[in-house]
Design a protein around this ligand. Sequence first.
Ligand SMILES: [Zn+2]
Length: 253
Amino acid sequence: MRLIGVAFLILTAIIFLLPEPEGFPILEYHQVTDEPLDPDFEVYNVPPAEFAAQLDYLAAAGYTTITLQDFMRVVHGKGELPEKPIVLTFDDGYADNYSTMLPILEAHNMTAVVYVITNELGKKNYLTLEQLKDMQRRGIEIGSHTADHLPLTSLDKNAQRRQISDSKIFLEWSGLQTIYSLSYPNGAFNSELEEILREENFLTAVTGEAGLNTLATNPYELCRVHIRKPRFGLTEFKFRLWKAKFFAKLRAL
Ligand SMILES: [Zn+2]
């Protein structure tokens, strides 16, 4: 046991001493509220005051928020990334993303990507189509979190395609601008899904794997770091940003 402990410490020290990894973080949020829908899953909500403090910190640390469409434009040779880019993403499409998150975001002149489960839209506590259209008008990128939020790797190929393409077609036929990005439900993905996403004209997809992203990262396997309800305020938030770097270093080993 002692040997394992020593080996772990040495490995951690080596990773710590490695040079700063390249790439930018993508943060994964869910609800921004003091009253989570399911108190058992409290980790999935960040209170508004904490969220505002996190954005204050990012602004002070020199980060510039971008959308994944901005990122893909640069991948395709149009323009350049800002000096310290960061992407804020919100999964599941909760109503508080419009009522609570958006005003805080706009007060910081920041942008975000919101991933919606299309069969939940308009239901209690979920975003409506009108709210999504308004968010797009205000510069928020809307993405798909599939039609029903089933882990895609557990479905056969036809069902996978339906979950992916139905959600995109529904949003676009409802009057939203083209949907280019997908968030894998439960972070479950594999390389066959990438093929379907390409065929369905998606340009990016985000996972739940911790790490950083560069222009060379597979755009269908973008890394994200999960921002849970913090127990230790900003210190914990900074730790999550550090965690993204740590995993980026690990991947580079
Ligand atoms: Zn989800």
